[in-house]
Design a binder for this molecule. Structure first.
Ligand code: 8YV
Length: 335
């Protein structure tokens, strides 16, 4: 009798792997594996759980390949790599890792804002290439204090960025699917229309999940509203932005610059236009990539999987209604 099998595409440390090994066989696969073809049918019938990266596609084809699959635990707060409706219809629980990465992503967001405003990346090159010696001090840059931060999306990470911005005396505006009355009442941030957000922000920071509604939803119209002195920052999902329109806006000076930790294509090819633009700061999707935060994430993701397989309620679920009712069409929850 084969042991129930867990597929793993995320980096699981030994202490957590030991917990998995007590109860399950495990099979490690690449982070971007096509699970439906990587696992032979004779093995597939034993797969009870998947512990995966945000880069592992878990679509209808994958879900159909594993008839005994009970839970998909994402090593990520985002879950656009998973067909939630298809999983829910098959009564497969989907778990994610909200809450443990908010500070790390928010810190990087503020870091990109400061780096853009104070031109830190070019300032480093200015010293290293001898410009300081040859040409004297670099051009003056700009304060962030008093500048308006516009948050598109006011979930956990957006709220953490708003809290950090208070330390820099930045007025915070936000647009969300629905107003956050606590944020409004506490003075943390002020709700406004989407167009007002893009028109008034000095720094427009994107904190919405990638959904069919948000895909490529920031484009020509939004950039036409923004100030020429304004910057775009994205630490969420690259595909939320129409990158062709962004390249044009950056090249023509429609906006002053961008700080991008995420792109539609990852890894970003060095030949991409973003890599040729002097007013763009690029990072390799490192928002949550600190030792402490990734440890907290993989711990939560592993415990979510173990809890679900052990018939215990996981800490974080995307389609929790599967546990609370027999309704097959439960809605997913945003990160
Ligand atoms: C992923 C992310 O966790 O959490 C998310 O949604 O985008 C990242 O922090 C990381 O890419 C590992 O899957």
């Amino acid at each position: 009798m084969s042991r129930p099998l867990v597929l793993i595409t995320a980096p699981v440390p030994d202490n957590l792997r030991d917990q998995l090994d007590k109860h399950y066989a495990t099979l490690d696969l690449p982070a971007d594996a096509c699970l439906a073809t990587a696992v032979e049918p004779r093995q597939a019938k034993h797969v009870c759980g998947i512990l995966c990266m945000a880069t592992t596609p878990v679509n209808e084809q994958v879900l159909a390949h594993f008839p005994q699959l009970r839970v998909v635990s994402n090593f990520a707060v985002g879950f656009d790599n998973i067909d939630i409706d298809a999983a829910t219809k098959r009564r497969i629980l989907v778990c994610n890792t909200p809450g443990v990465l908010d500070a790390a992503v928010a810190d990087l967001t503020i870091g990109l804002i400061i780096s853009l405003s104070r031109d830190l990346v070019r300032g480093d090159a200015y010293v290293r290439d001898g410009s300081w010696e040859q040409a004297g001090p670099p051009p003056l840059t700009a304060d962030i204090r008093g500048k308006t931060l516009g948050l598109l999306g006011m979930g956990r990470i957006g709220r953490e960025v708003a809290r950090l911005a208070q330390a820099f005396n930045m007025p915070v505006l936000y647009h969300n699917r629905s107003p956050d009355h606590e944020a409004d009442a506490s003075g943390l941030a002020q709700y406004c229309s989407r167009d007002t957000l893009f028109a008034q922000a000095d720094f427009l920071s994107v904190h919405v999940p990638l959904t069919p509604q948000t895909r490529s939803s920031i484009g020509e119209h939004e950039f036409s509203l923004m100030k020429p002195s304004a910057y775009l920052v994205n630490t969420g999902r690259g595909a939320v932005i129409n990158e062709t329109a962004l390249v044009t806006a950056l090249r023509t000076g429609q906006i002053a610059g961008a700080g991008l930790d995420v792109m539609a294509q990852e890894p970003l090819p060095a030949s991409h236009p973003f890599c040729k633009l002097p007013n763009v700061i690029l990072q390799a999707h490192v928002g949550s990539a600190t030792v402490e935060t990734r440890h907290a994430m993989i711990t939560l993701a592993t415990h979510n999987l173990l809890d679900a397989l052990g018939n215990n309620r996981p800490q974080a679920m995307v389609n929790p209604h599967l546990l609370d009712s027999d309704a097959p069409s439960a809605q997913s929850e945003t990160p």
